[in-house]
Design a protein. Structure first.
Length: 360
């Protein structure tokens, strides 16, 4: 009898574990669309300012301004419908982007933003011709995995590498010697006078360039290069110029279920999203409550990732990505908080446009 009971418990436990695993490993298909689904377009228009302010008052601790900014993003994102996939769409009008996409904090892939640009013509050969002699002094070697599991992103080895040599390693033209293994050029600046001739600023704000955006940075790595779970403090535009990347993203609402730990420089890293494997339900049981969205960013596409969206990234091929972050507050908070709207207006809406009051 005891043996049967134990067997029954084991079966129930297996069913629960299997069900939880399926939830965590589901891969919603990317939504192919020319605009957002109707329920997303209508979501914020139905909200009343009073209800939004009540939500912020009950969920945001203003004693810590830096933390409050993130809490505001979490609270506002929680008012949006849960995404079942990442919309893939042609580049919309600036007004549509600001109102329906950025204003709601929705990540979107733009399929045609780089069409016809010089940036879209970059290849490993042209990259070598433009930047081959550049030496990147702060190239990452190895991964943060072990240090993050012990309490946060700590020091990691940094080396210097000449780009032409690194490209040979990335594309497999030659085997790396020991001191060249596991290199990853991350968040590095290309020579501005060369890059700016080709770079395409996001077309969604009248004020382009370094007033509205940070200087673009490059991310170059071999197949299987991996970055563990973290989130950015600014709205991000990621340009996939060569190769393919797999992204797994989580809403800011999932923050409390992903076991974040503090790191140097004010960053935070997820202990649950610390390896290429799916999160362990035994070590991190709260991850069963999350809603991971997985997709592949294809060559020539641009991802808009709003502030606070947690992401894990892995190269499926040798990869070159360039990104820029937008200055100022999160667009989702600028929609509802007048001070944030004024700041964003000053930085990116040049000449300034009249403030549009949020819904009453």
């Amino acid at each position: 009898m005891v043996r049967r009971a134990r067997s029954a418990y084991a079966v129930v436990g297996l069913i629960i574990s299997t069900f939880a695993y399926l939830i965590l490993t589901r891969q919603p298909s990317t939504l192919l669309t020319t605009s957002l689904p109707a329920e997303l377009e209508a979501a914020f228009t139905s909200l009343k300012k009073k209800d939004v302010l009540n939500r912020l008052a009950s969920n945001v601790n203003m004693e810590d301004p830096r933390r409050a900014e993130f809490d505001i993003v979490v609270a506002l994102t929680s008012l949006s419908p849960k995404l079942e996939g990442i919309p893939r769409m042609k580049t919309p009008s600036p007004e549509y982007f600001r109102e329906h996409i950025a204003g709601q904090g929705i990540p979107v892939i733009f399929t045609d933003m780089l069409e016809g640009s010089a940036l879209a013509q970059w290849t490993w050969t042209s990259l070598r011709n433009k930047f081959g002699d550049v030496v990147f002094e702060n190239t990452r070697q190895g991964e943060y995995l072990e240090s993050a599991s012990k309490g946060g992103k700590q020091e990691i080895n940094r080396v210097s590498v000449k780009l032409s040599d690194f490209i040979d390693i990335v594309i497999g033209a030659r085997e790396p010697v020991e001191e060249e293994r596991e290199l990853y050029i991350t968040k590095q600046h290309f020579p501005r006078e060369i890059l700016m001739n080709d770079f395409v600023w996001p077309p969604f704000y009248p004020s382009k360039g370094l007033k509205c955006y940070l200087e673009p940075t490059g991310w170059i790595g071999a197949k299987d290069t991996f970055t563990q779970g973290h989130f950015d403090s600014k709205d991000n535009f990621a340009y996939q110029l060569i190769g393919r990347k797999r992204w797994t993203i989580y809403s800011p609402v999932d923050y409390d279920n992903l076991y974040f730990v503090p790191a140097k420089g004010g960053l935070e890293w997820s202990r649950a999203l610390n390896t290429r494997d799916k999160p362990s339900l035994f070590k991190f049981p709260l991850t069963v409550n999350t809603n991971p969205l997985e997709f592949v960013l294809e060559e020539g596409e641009v991802l808009y990732l709003p502030r606070g969206w947690i992401h894990v990234v892995e190269n499926l091929t040798p990869s070159l990505m360039v990104n820029t972050w937008r200055h100022g507050p999160a667009a989702i908070s600028a929609r509802w908080i007048q001070e944030d709207q004024e700041e964003l207006n000053k930085l990116c809406m040049s000449p300034p446009t009249p403030l549009s009051p949020p819904p009453s």
